[in-house]
Design a protein around this ligand. Structure first.
Ligand SMILES: Nc1ncnc2c1ncn2[C@@H]1O[C@H](COP(=O)(O)OP(=O)(O)OP(=O)(O)O)[C@@H](O)[C@H]1O
Ligand SMILES: [Mg+2]
Length: 508
């Protein structure tokens, strides 16, 4: 008898080409049934593409997919679902003003027409109980937190009979607590015999949750390993093809004049609840001020007020000595304030436009690009080519629409554009969110370089390691209140963690 069981999925020489790039180049590896298999790779390595091929959203150019040893043609997502494959995308696909049940009913054919809701609800509750996926079936999607939405997506896939579940960067939207919960769910699923394919950039997660890991680089498989017999350093080296320095080199801070002064700032969120409460701080030349906090504690609103996207109800924002409280985004940008927004796709780029257009989004009115009412396209193209080269953006050409770039490459383009605008102040919200270790390192070094050049940097991040390794001072936000401000070498991670959980510095 054959000792080894047949893998549930076997990719055999999968090739997927786009007009300008080979996204998957002869990809071959196997996934064993009842395991968590991570897919690790830099931005643009081809992870999402491969999974879209498996889910029938893209058609491969050549190669074969075997399911349980049988050659299979997955011509559409419908076919994939029929074959027991489910996918939770990088960006959720639920309809927001429908309930969880309605979302699950969408596209189902075998529901009793008379009482579909009752029928679905019963099965939902059963599934939810089995895997610990609690979410209120009658709640509308817009009322749910990111974690609940994700659980609803997983439920939908399971409802449709998924035996193989693909999760594309599922933890990037979750708090640490919710990530923990998701991992418990995945463990339940695997114990129940299901198979999970888990796409992530986070090496800690690969080590923690997966049995096997396949590393992709530039569309090719570098290796498939058992996590038990590897480590983070080895994985990151395989992923980027060189050693990654986990410790950044930085010179001591040369503090200059105050560039940003915030005084008693207060603002409300979209639901009319106080988001930032009587906040005061300064950032000076050549300094990185890190704002730490769990997502949703006022960081987003703070960055919006500072860049003119949201009004302040009281308090003052002074930039370069000028009172810019409630000034327009354009007026603020004219003070050489660069912004790396949290929602890059919505606020950082215009997806349909080419890289050329996106590269000059903020400077098209200025020389050398503008010649009277016309744009000097040759100059624009040169400038964009430079950005792509200098910031290591992987893109087929400057005429490519920005939304065809992978998430990390979009981020590098935005950062490159903002940094190249010769700023006095950079407001960077989660600048390395969703980036692989190589790109993240590049971006962190870039911020340090700006600081050395005398730029003031306000760094908003949930990543505590990033905050502590880059910042000169650290401010911690909790429910819109400043819990404390500490010098880099005076703070311990534990203390910052306590403040993030709501204990003010003076009570520590
Ligand atoms: N629809 C498309 N048309 C053209 N090119 C595409 C398309 N989708 C992806 N690409 C390109 O294929 C390559 C692989 O992209 P993919 O999205 O699979 O990367 P990824 O590994 O998921 O990256 P990330 O970690 O940033 O999400 C990239 O160079 C990307 O620009
Ligand atoms: Mg992807």
């Amino acid at each position: 008898m054959n000792q080894k069981t047949t893998p549930i999925i076997r990719f055999d020489s999968i090739v997927k080409r786009f007009p300008d790039v080979v996204a998957n180049d002869e990809v071959s590896f196997s996934v064993e049934e009842g395991t968590v298999h991570s897919l690790l790779g830099e931005n643009g390595a081809g992870k999402t593409t491969l999974m879209k091929v498996l889910y029938g959203l893209y058609q491969k150019n050549s190669g074969t997919i075997y399911l349980k040893g049988e050659k299979t043609d997955i011509v559409s997502p419908m076919k994939a679902i029929e074959l027991g494959i489910g996918m939770v995308h990088q960006h959720f696909k639920l309809v927001s003003n429908h309930t969880v049940i309605e979302n699950i009913a969408l596209g189902l054919t075998d529901v009793s027409m008379t009482r579909p809701t009752r029928q679905i609800e019963r099965k939902l509750i059963e599934l939810a109980g089995k895997y610990g996926l609690d979410v209120e079936p009658r709640a509308k999607i817009w009322q749910l937190s990111a974690g609940e939405k994700q659980r609803a997506e997983i439920l939908r896939a399971l409802y449709r009979g998924a035996e193989i579940l693909i999760l594309d960067e599922p933890t990037s939207v979750l708090t640490p607590g919710e990530t923990e919960r998701l991992f418990n769910v995945l463990e339940e699923m695997v114990t129940g015999g299901k198979t999970v394919i888990f796409i992530t950039h986070k090496l800690d997660e690969v080590m923690k949750i997966s049995d096997q890991v396949t590393v992709l680089r530039e569309g090719r498989v570098i290796d498939t390993l058992a996590t038990a017999s590897t480590n983070k350093r080895e994985l990151s080296k395989k992923m980027v093809g060189r050693e990654v320095l986990f410790d950044l080199e930085r010179d001591p801070c040369n503090r200059g004049e105050d560039v940003l002064e915030v005084e008693g700032l207060t603002t409300y969120n979209d639901k009319g609840v106080i988001a930032v409460n009587d906040l005061s701080f300064t950032v000076c030349e050549g300094e990185i001020l890190g704002v730490a906090g769990v997502a949703g504690n006022g960081q987003r609103e703070l960055s919006e007020v500072l860049t003119g996207l949201r009004g302040a109800t009281s308090g003052k924002v002074v930039i370069n000595g000028k009172d810019l409280t409630n000034a327009t985004p354009r007026r603020i940008a004219d003070e050489r304030v660069a912004h790396v927004p949290e929602d890059r796709i919505k606020q950082g780029i215009v997806g349909e436009l080419t890289l050329n257009d996106n590269a000059i989004l903020k400077s098209y009115r200025k020389r050398p690009f503008s010649r009277g009412i016309f744009l000097d396209y040759k100059k624009v193209r040169e400038w964009t080519e430079n950005l792509i080269e200098e910031f290591n953006v992987k893109a087929p050409g400057t005429d490519t629409p920005a939304n065809l770039l992978s998430g990390g490459n979009i981020q590098k383009l935005i950062l490159g554009r903002e940094v190249s605008s010769n700023p006095r102040l950079i407001i960077a919200s989660h600048p390395t969110y969703g980036l692989d270790v190589g790109s993240a390192e590049q971006i962190r070094n870039l911020l340090l370089k700006q600081r050395e050049d005398g730029v003031a940097v306000l760094l908003i991040s949930e990543n505590l390691t990033e905050i502590t390794s880059l910042s000169d001072r650290i401010a911690v936000l909790f429910e819109g209140n400043l819990m404390g401000m500490v010098e880099r070498d005076q703070a311990t991670r534990e203390e910052i963690g306590m403040m993030m959980a709501g204990t003010p510095l003076e009570q520590l």
